[in-house]
Design a protein around this ligand. Sequence first.
Ligand SMILES: Cc1cc2nc3c(=O)[nH]c(=O)nc-3n(C[C@H](O)[C@H](O)[C@H](O)COP(=O)(O)OP(=O)(O)OC[C@H]3O[C@@H](n4cnc5c(N)ncnc54)[C@H](O)[C@@H]3O)c2cc1C
Ligand code: SF4
Length: 544
Amino acid sequence: MEREVMEFDVVIVGGGPSGLSAAIRLKQLANEAGKNIEVCLIEKGSEIGAHILSGAVLEPRSLNELIPDWQERGAPLDTPVTADKFMFLTETGSFRMPTPPSMNNHGNYIISLGNFCRWLGEQAEALGVEIYPGFPAAEVLYDDQGRVKGVATGDMGIGKDGVPTDHYMRGMELHAKQTIFAEGCRGHLTKTLFEKFDLREGKDPQTFAIGIKELWDIDPEKAKPGLAWHSVGWPLASDTYGGSFLYHINGNQVAVGYVVGLDYSNPHLSPFEEFQRFKNHPAVRDTFVGGRRVSYGARALNEGGFQSVPKLTFPGGCLVGCTAGFLNVPKIKGTHTAMKSGMLAAEAIFEALDTMQAGDEPTSYANRLQDSWLWAELYKVRNIRPGFAKGLWLGLAYAAIDTYLFFGKAPWTLRHHADHEGLKLASEMPKIDYPKPDGIVSFDRNSSVFLSGTNHEENQPAHLTLKDASIPISHNLALYDAPEQRYCPAGVYEIVHNDDGSNPRLQINAQNCVHCKTCDIKDPSQNIVWVSPEGGGGPNYPNM
Ligand SMILES: Cc1cc2nc3c(=O)[nH]c(=O)nc-3n(C[C@H](O)[C@H](O)[C@H](O)COP(=O)(O)OP(=O)(O)OC[C@H]3O[C@@H](n4cnc5c(N)ncnc54)[C@H](O)[C@@H]3O)c2cc1C
Ligand code: SF4
């Protein structure tokens, strides 16, 4: 069956802050110039915001540039940050540390990024952007000269056995002069573009963390709207990078999350269990006692920064936001940078749109980016994250020297290593004995995934694919005690046996996947490849 083809000037893949900002900026520029351009944005979530998970404290710099009258337009920035606390936790105690300048949130807002994206989506639609949620881009399309000519959405109604069912519907081809990839962290089509156009040549590997988050309704007496609280230390060992956030939002809600650098070396570590036991710390637990957990989810975030940013353009398109990797790690913020990169890509493309042919490379985007505040911001903090490679204390000491002595201008750049190479053998690393959930502040994976609203059509091929089906047992189980059972925050991977304990095999509960992409990143032999499931599948985050 032939695929239907639709033609646009620009197609944008992904309705996060970067893709939506690109769409809005393109239409603003067209309207200012009295031109009509066709801009289409597709989003794999069932609606804009459904797959968005973030902290989130928003630095409004890019929003001020993009939509200066955001307040009058009702942007959901309701909770200004009123206080910052940066804590060090020991197993039983805690003490306050000086807030690093990068974590000073004066002038910032605590938001739900999902709701912010819903609002950006409305602004984009009002400007004439065509938005299609529930449509994952499943394939990059190339013309006969190998230039990107658009994307194809996934087919619907293919059964588990790969055979079309009664509901079969062929995907659509969306052709455009320019395609902007805004897939967020570890974009799966972006990965194929890296290879096709050698975009990572000469760059450091991208590095990542997993962030796991819950949203709580808390006892109103414990609410401190505007407080942004962060911690390092317990429960992580000092050789593992990570920490927590607790953001008090108006309406007696707290967004609590835990971030673990995916370069961790102990295969027995479970980011999910670390998060659950963190909430039982004496300095934390009381906030949640008497409250109700209302949502749960997880998502990977980039940590590579400046030295890991790939080549951004290729014939027919470009990369924006976290799919390229613009997150500022010391700030733990990537929204303002994602938005700015989307805006700069839009400006570069709009300027050239009249004269460019389909498939031309929008090269001026990279130049604009290098001349922008975003590039300067990332350059200044480039050494902070790799400075933690030797552990928390050396990392904090190095960060102080880099910040206060060199002001981010040290005459060197520290390098990154790929996260999946970090695991040591299970036999060489200490086992971790995680406490059972208490059902009050800590929970198990199944009840957690339930709160993410995750849903996938069951009769479809698994979207967690294995390059080699033998590796999970022969390699991962044998050497690392099957770490995918622990790093997946949704319990997708299980080693099951026969009744007598023989015949271990990997069971993939793909319907639970919350699309965090951690398995695609951390699998030690890069054997797991995440591909997009049928449209609309995945989490349904209400306001994460
Ligand atoms: C736990 C956590 C806490 C964070 N805290 C903060 C914070 O406090 N402040 C801050 O500024 N930043 C924070 N960040 C980072 C911030 O969320 C990201 O930098 C930002 O969301 C990046 O925007 P993006 O548009 O590049 O990608 P995303 O927000 O990830 O959006 C990408 C969108 O594209 C869609 N998509 C992906 N692939 C496809 C496809 N093939 N077809 C169709 N649609 C697709 C996705 O469903 C998603 O909706 C945090 C991140 C995490 C995980
Ligand atoms: S299967 Fe992979 S992408 Fe899905 S939730 Fe688990 S680790 Fe994340």
